[in-house]
Design a protein around this ligand. Structure first.
Ligand code: ADP
Length: 463
């Protein structure tokens, strides 16, 4: 069922239920009005007519008696007029659309009246009228009772329709809303994953037709993005590879010239050649880093795993920074356990991570600041290293981004020769050790990088 139909149903079905309930009530009301009309115009009217006829008959008997006793033609005329009027009203009674028992009682009244007119039988019409009064009274009582029952039933139906209809409408709207929201949420999750770089993410093309079309378009887009990413990956890796050999030979040549093997160089030439060699070294580090990342992504990085004391690796890295730390007048507080903290790891790669963290801490800590380096066991045979600096810290929205390759928060920083690859490689290497690398705010305002390395035995491929 398409989204349009679902949304249309969610809006229209409750309205349709409401209309049905209102229609039902209108019909009930019509029926009750008709009942009351019958009650007023037929049943009550026939009962009133019987009462009046009863009184008129008594008056007729009286007039006839007076006309006979006094031989007064005025009484006789009055009696004849009343007799005609009684006859007309009985005919009118017969014309009423009454129920069968009442109709029979009216017919009995009419028969008795005609018998009286023909044969002068008196008394029977009165009895028939009494009978009619009785029957009409019963009919009125029955009709009122039936009306009450109908009203009670209408009340019960209204209540059930109001409660049931509302519950049904709410249930249906919730169900339809959920059936619309579910695929949208699924799509949202997939889009987030894709935005985070998971190009293998696909969405099952199920649900409303519009969502099926959207899922198919999403899958095509994810596939194309994946192909583009792979293309970029291949290009970077191929270009880096191709640049590596000529760059090495250029550096070698410059080194030979600097060593004055082909002939003497003057001071100015030496300075220029040294600068060229420095640039070549930086380029060579960048190329090595790019190749490392490509290998890590392809799961093709070769690791030399062995059991090593992480404390020893950390101390060596810190020693290598002694000069630059002293130059910048930075204090380093180290808390590394005296006992060995051995884990199975690739020491060169772990050194690379620690080096990156310490070099960033030194770079971002202002002169006079302090760097804290803490190493401890993780309680399960692994190690946790924290490198805390006194620097400017990293805003929350940038924290995930600093682990992306080529991301540099502030490329214009004076003297910052970084490439934005160090942390990307460090996190991938940590993951290849089944470990993790995270960053959080330091209490003093700087950053704390937390490296966790479990006591691994096997490297795991990074994708
Ligand atoms: P780079 O080689 O450019 O330093 P990294 O991958 O090591 O690249 O770091 C990426 C970015 O993360 C840096 O450009 C910097 O903006 C930010 N960053 C890294 N470490 C710190 C730190 N200790 N304090 C503040 N920002 C940092």
């Amino acid at each position: 069922m398409s989204l349009t139909i679902r949304l249309g149903l969610a809006a229209l079905l409750p309205v349709a239920i409401l209309v049905a309930v209102v229609f039902h009530h209108a019909r009930l009301l019509d029926g009750m009005v008709e009942e009351h009309r019958r009650l007023a115009e037929v049943d009550v009217a026939s009962r009133e007519a019987s009462l009046e006829l009863r009184a008129d008959l008594a008056r007729l008997d009286e007039l006839v008696a007076k006309a006979t006793a006094l031989d007064d033609p005025a009484y006789a005329r009055e009696a004849a007029r009343l007799e005609r009027s009684i006859g007309e009203r009985i005919t009118a009674l017969e014309a009423l659309e009454t129920d069968p028992p009442e109709r029979r009682a009216i017919a009995a009244v009419a028969d008795a009246w005609r018998a009286r007119s023909r044969r002068g039988e008196t008394g029977t019409t009165e009895r028939a009228l009494d009978e009619l009064l009785e029957v009409a009274g019963e009919v009125v009582r029955d009709r009122v009772a039936a009306g009450m029952r109908r009203a009670d039933r209408a009340h019960a139906i209204s209540r059930a329709a109001a409660v049931g209809g509302t519950a049904f409408a709410i249930g249906l709207s919730a169900l339809l809303g959920w059936s619309v929201l579910r695929p949208v949420r699924r799509m949202g999750r997939a889009t987030r994953d894709l935005a985070e770089g998971d190009f293998d993410r696909r969405v099952a093309p199920v649900g409303p037709s519009e969502m099926v079309a959207l899922a198919e378009d999403f899958n095509t887009m994810a596939e194309r993005l994946g192909e583009l990413d792979q293309l970029k990956e291949d290009l970077l890796s191929n270009v880096s590879h191709e640049l590596k050999a000529p760059l090495a030979s250029m550096r070698e040549t410059v080194r030979l010239v600097l060593d004055e093997i082909p002939g003497p160089v003057n001071e100015r030439q030496e300075r220029m050649l040294s600068l060229t060699l420095e640039s070549g070294e930086r380029l060579s580090v960048l190329i090595e880093n790019l190749l490392d990342l490509s290998r890590l992504h392809a799961g093709a990085m070769a690791f030399d795993f062995e059991s090593r004391d992480v404390g020893d690796l950390v101390r060596r890295v810190l020693e290598s920074y002694e000069v630059s730390i002293a130059e910048r007048e930075i204090a380093v507080e180290t808390r590394v356990p005296d006992r060995e903290l051995r884990i199975v790891c690739d020491p060169a790669r772990v050194t690379q991570i620690v080096d990156n963290l310490v070099s960033n801490a030194v770079k971002f800590t202002p002169p006079g600041g302090t760097i804290h380096v803490r190493l401890a066991g993780d309680g399960g045979g692994g190690a946790v290293l924290e490198v805390e600096d006194d620097g400017p810290g990293i805003p929350d929205d940038r924290k995930p981004r600093i682990f992306e390759r080529f991301y540099r928060a502030d490329p214009s920083r004076k003297g910052d020769q970084g490439t934005g690859l160090g942390l990307a490689i460090a996190r991938e290497v940590a993951r290849a050790h089944d470990g993790s690398l995270e960053v959080r705010d330091a209490p003093g305002g700087g950053s704390v990088f937390v490296l966790h390395l479990p006591d691994g035995t096997e490297p795991s491929a990074v994708t």
